[in-house]
Write a protein that binds this ligand. Structure first.
Ligand code: MN
Length: 255
């Protein structure tokens, strides 16, 4: 089996190395990943400048673009044939709740799912430099094996979060829904050496907004691996009739 591995923390990130090494047990791993950290770029695609891909070793390619660029280039140009599985991570830090709309890690799995490939994103609930990626890597092998075997509907994929230190052994997992994040909404304003203000956002770690039972954040807080199936169709189906009943002045709704 051919496996594409990518991330948003950059090709040198320890989480990517751990994931690639572990998935080697399942098949031939190709790493195509950003040449530097590109966290929180979501599904950004580079369209206004050339993209460079640099081979760093056998089946190991750095791209000076986003995680989505990496998957796109890998699938449509760089790999000799399409992979049978795409894995993104292991991200440094969790991707739960509202995080998934910002995450480059999750976006890479979403991009792969658009072409019908089985794909998953995996993140470790540890933002430190010395996180233990071992348990998450072992979980990645198990989930990768079953996902490649069973497949998923087009445009659906899995978002996996693994507890950091303090998880109960043996690791258990729960099927979860997206929870809610409470971002600090802080903006740090400072002055540059020329006296002009600049701004810094996303400085402190977000909390979990409410401890929603059945949510991804709730599972992590209990030391349990979270698996959330996601799909790229974000239509708010429950709002179609509500908004459809609005009188939009001067325009007629199509029957
Ligand atoms: Mn990241």
């Amino acid at each position: 089996m051919r496996i594409l591995v990518t991330n948003d923390d950059g090709i040198e990130a320890p989480g990517l190395c751990a994931l690639a090494d572990a998935l080697g047990a399942l098949g031939e791993v190709w790493c195509v990943a950003p040449d530097r950290e590109r966290s929180a770029v979501s599904r950004a695609v580079t369209m206004s400048r050339p993209l460079r891909a640099t081979a760093l070793g056998p089946r190991r390619i750095a791209v000076d673009g986003t995680p989505t660029d990496c998957v796109y280039l890998a699938l449509h140009r760089l790999l000799p044939a399409p992979p049978e599985l795409v894995a993104s991570g292991i991200n440094r830090g969790p991707n739960v709740g509202d995080d998934v709309s910002y995450s480059g890690t999750v976006a890479a799995a979403a991009e792969a799912s658009m072409t019908g490939l089985p794909a998953f994103a995996i993140s470790l609930d540890d933002r430190g430099d010395h996180g233990d990626y071992g348990p998450a890597a072992r979980f990645a092998v198990a989930i990768g094996r079953i996902l490649a075997d069973r497949g998923m509907p087009d445009r659906s994929f899995l978002n996996v979060n693994v507890p950091g230190s303090g998880a109960s052994e043996p690791l258990r997992y729960a099927m979860t829904s997206l929870g809610r994040r409470c971002y600090p909404q802080e903006v740090e304003q400072r002055l540059d050496p020329r006296g002009r203000p600049y701004y810094w956002i996303g400085g402190s770690n977000p909390g979990v907004c409410e401890d929603l039972p059945g949510s991804d954040g709730n599972a992590l807080a209990r030391g349990v691996v979270s698996i959330t199936p996601l799909k790229t169709d974000a239509t708010a189906g429950d709002q179609l009739d509500l908004v459809g009943a609005w009188p939009i002045e001067g325009f007629e709704r199509e029957a």
